[in-house]
Design a protein around this ligand. Structure first.
Ligand SMILES: [Zn+2]
Length: 106
């Protein structure tokens, strides 16, 4: 969606990761508030049944913290973590092979 202030910035909502979009009488309601941290306008607003409800803009420190949190959340889902898991599974597999080489217990 485009920023409600009209600056033309494309706001990407991370649905349903951070935002819930519900419908009321055909109009969208977005919760929690939308903070446009990565555009010069720094808009911050609620959308309730298609109506924009303006909130105080975050100060630079807060908007930075919000951005950081979002990036962190994405990093946690980073698929580059998968090779680590695969290495652990491979190590477990090798350990199992090593144990099995002693033969079944008598
Ligand atoms: Zn804007």
């Amino acid at each position: 969606m485009l920023c409600a202030c009209g600056c033309g910035h494309r706001v990407s909502l991370l649905v349903p990761d951070s935002h819930q979009v519900t419908e009321q009488v055909g109009m969208a309601t977005v919760r929690p508030s939308i903070a446009v941290c990565d555009a010069p306008c720094k808009s911050h607003y609620f959308i309730t049944a298609g109506e924009v409800e303006w909130l105080r803009a975050f100060d630079p420190a807060t908007s930075k913290a919000v951005m950081h949190k979002q990036i962190e959340r994405h990093a946690q889902r980073d698929p580059t973590r998968l090779p680590f898991l695969q290495r652990v599974l491979a190590a477990l597999g090798r350990a199992w092979t090593w144990l099995a080489s002693f033969g079944p217990p008598r």
